[in-house]
Design a protein around this ligand. Sequence first.
Ligand code: TXA
Ligand code: MG
Length: 346
Amino acid sequence: MKTIVFHPTKENQGSVIETCAQIIREGGLLGIPTETVYGLGADALNETAVRHIFEAKGRPQDNPLIIHVPDATWLVRYCKDVPESAYRLAERFWPGPLTMILPRKQIVPLQTTGGLETVGVRCPNHPLTLAVIAAADVPIAAPSGNTSGRPSPTKASHMLQDMDGKIEGILDGGDCAVGVESTIIDLTVQSPRLLRPGGLPLESLREVLGEVTVDKAVTSKLKEGEKPKAPGMKYRHYAPKAPVTVVTGAPEKSAAYIAAHLAVADGVICFDEFAPLFAGHTVHRLGSAADKLAQAQHVFDALRTFDDTDVPAIYAQCPDDTGLGLAVGNRLKKAAGFHIVDVGYD
Ligand code: TXA
Ligand code: MG
């Protein structure tokens, strides 16, 4: 199959959106830009199309897909017993990097939900994708557009690396503004539960919901046989050949620790300020230590580019857990299989 990359311009945008909507309506697969990461989209209500998503990614069938809608009025089409808190969250944070887990209606196939009676719903903040969903008039099921086990794509070129020849098209909407996937909140339990930290900080959720429980899978490695509430959290995002060590603690201290332990050929993921310390090594910068949005935007690109090198070991500086730091740190720690060294803050 020839994968077409669509580059919308002012002039051709209308026809590009129509062509992309047609791919979705006809059961095809389309790479879609969102503010978080690129998604691998298909008609969420079409079981065959959804099956093709799993095949193209090499994704385990028990790992459910989230569906993308143009606004909160679509919630009742696909979910039952929608709590009032869902509307309050949507009002405040949609379109945006927030996925809500709610009870599914029958119309959403079990193929899409990985056999679960719940479904994840999100309204992405990207005008092109919102236009495609509206034109297709169906919800778009979309996991991140990477091959299973690879870092999520934050550029159209990343998606092409993984999906060229496997899908009908990729809609190039530029680099992703947030860079880490959406925050997932489970609203089907008594106290809302954070299943995956992401582009919307936990602090923002707490402003609206009050108490939010954090699922164990967010902060620690699960034991053999232990099941996370978000099935995808049990898979490693990225299994580099080289072992990754994540170093948490004050940036000056984590940089010093890495400098002291680094072997000649090892690679480093670090904050911009500390890059000069590691001259001569393969270095990928995350952004400055204080700029967590920049770190979110760069974390997957840094992990992905290490695929093309064969460093024997990788050390990564890790931000603290506040704001977007919780999501950035979680992605680094998952890549490291939760191999963490903590050098502390004082
Ligand atoms: O930002 C995002 O969320 C991106 C963009 C494309 O929207 N999508 C994304 O999808 O990250 P994916 O499939 O890569 O990650 C979704 C996660 C998986 O870990 C999956 O197990 C979990 O959400 N999930 C989906 N439906 C669920 C459900 N009903 N209950 C619990 N977890 C669910
Ligand atoms: Mg994913």
